[in-house]
Design a protein around this ligand. Sequence first.
Ligand code: HEC
Length: 401
Amino acid sequence: MMNAAYWLEWLNLLGRWVHLITGIAWIGASFYFVWLDNHLLPSKSPADIDKGVGGEVWSVHGGGFYHAQKYRVAPATLPEPLHWFKWEAYTTWLSGFFMLVLVYYLNADTYLIDPTVLALSPWQAIVIGLATMALGWLVYDALCRSPLGRDDRWLGLALLVIVTLAAWGLSHVFSGRGAFIHYGAMLGTLMVGNVFFVIIPGQRELIKAKLAGREVDPTPGLKAKQRSVHNTYFTLPVLFTMMSNHYAMVFNHAYNWLLLVLISVAGAAIRVYFVARHKGRASLFPLLSGIALLAGVAYATAPPPAPAPIATANPAAEFARVVSVVQARCASCHAAQPTQPGFAAAPKGVMLDTPARIAVQATPIYLQVQSRAMPLGNLTGMTEVERQLILDWHAARVHTQ
Ligand code: HEC
């Protein structure tokens, strides 16, 4: 029988794969329908207009012509079969939650908790994580239903304040990764909550009215539309958070919460441009400001240039010290047979167990040590002196190249 870490690694692989596939199906369909809605042209056929068709689109794809029509409210009789789009969203949430538990809750000490931020116990951290998602939904939903929810601009501003508070709060309880993933999980939960609690029930209402022969009330449709618009602008920020845990220069920055909010705003702005472009009257302003914001964030957070190193009298002795530090602090995970409990294989295939391997990986080692992404959770207790030794070693190498 193999060890548990090995099988958990397979669950991780499969869970991530499923999450990616369902996420693509969901966001792909969502992008397509936003595109469709924004490209509708009034129908030219009087017969179609009489049937209640409000707009239509012609497109060609995969070797065929497609003609989609959108009804102003609903067709006279309900067509069979009628396709719904909801399991894409639900399975994305379910697989995402599975990954959250597998990666962050089962390994809370490694990934979720950073004792230099707040010394939480795993259970405390998990409860805070779950509460963030639940509370996020309750506050957001109440806000949309409140009088503020009638004015999109005020609502948008209130949402910005709330996500900023969430980012700030999370960054003060969790590790950088943990904070970013929970911010993304919270926004993702809002998106799926919109589908589950508002958009799909609204559609059910529409169909019930239709079947009962009642006049269809447009209110649930309009509410669903508002939530669907929010989902459009949450998409890019959520996707960013889902990949952000590979970029320690962002999530481990002293102002990581601010970077998270600024990058979210940039993502939303870029989406604003694409939505407007569908409608054929796009100003470049949101796109350029989104890009400028990203560039500004990257520039403002660049590490200061390393000072010219004090020439070491004996580079060979310095390298020998680096090797012993890396072997002590990194190789318990980064070896063909890790000794760190819970690790079945060298993470990402990165092996740092021999002098030769350490020498050729100087740059990746430097990047991870500089951004404090590694040692992961500082589980191996690397000291500041040791960290500085590696930074100096790298600076000397760069200097002599
Ligand atoms: C407790 C186990 C552990 C220790 C100790 C550890 N790492 Fe890692 N390392 C990981 C894991 C897990 C990943 C994959 C992280 C991810 O998926 O984002 C990783 C990834 C990396 C990567 C690849 C980063 C990338 O995104 O491509 C490098 C380089 C690295 N570690 C260097 C180091 C160095 C240098 C040390 C010692 C200072 C170290 N690690 C200590 C677990 C560890």
